[in-house]
Design a protein around this ligand. Structure first.
Ligand code: HEM
Length: 148
């Protein structure tokens, strides 16, 4: 009798736990990259630091000599916000049109990604989120790099 009760209790407990468990699994979706990065304030801070690093980077800063930097920063925030699942709309040019006149090389691109990675390290963005952000930006490379 004792055994029967405990088996019944166990079965009851399982039945009770099952729907809850399933519900938890179904709703336990990972937060967007936008949220995990810390939303608009964190993305704005990262873009500020990133652009400052690019401006100080002699390998590529010449390319930005005629650029409206506040506008570039605003567009980068929009682009990253939109691309990571945030509530933004990117209002700038497409990547091909924006970079067509700049003769950007593979090395230029690598230098910029290095500046971004250093920035993300400074803000202690975990490797997983860094990789996800790079994965959002990397496919743009073929539209941006136009010279060997
Ligand atoms: C994944 C990498 C990159 C992303 C996501 C990116 C993103 C952007 C965005 C959103 C704009 C503004 C577009 C607009 O003006 O409407 C822009 C402009 C610009 N980008 Fe990039 N960019 C990347 C790589 C590079 C690289 C490697 C360089 C050069 C080393 C570069 C140089 C510039 C310059 C100079 C402008 C301003 C162009 C102008 O004012 O006419 N970008 N970029």
């Amino acid at each position: 009798m004792r055994k029967l009760i405990s088996a019944g209790t166990l079965a009851l407990a399982l039945v009770a736990a099952l729907p809850g468990h399933l519900t938890a699994q179904n709703t336990m979706q990972e937060k967007s990259l936008y949220d995990r990065l810390g939303g608009k304030p964190a993305i704005t801070a990262v873009v500020d630091e990133f652009v400052a690093r690019v401006a100080a980077d002699k390998r590529i800063n010449g390319q930005f000599a005629n650029t409206d930097i506040p506008r570039l920063k605003m567009l980068l925030v929009e682009q990253i916000c939109a691309g990571t699942g945030g509530p933004c709309r990117y209002t700038g040019r497409d990547m091909k049109s924006a970079h067509a006149h700049l003769k950007i090389s593979q090395a230029d691109f690598a230098a910029l990604v290095e500046d971004l990675t250093r920035t993300l390290d400074k803000f202690k963005v975990p490797a997983k989120e860094q990789n996800e952000l790079i994965a959002v930006l990397a496919p743009m490379k073929s539209d941006i790099v136009t010279v060997k």
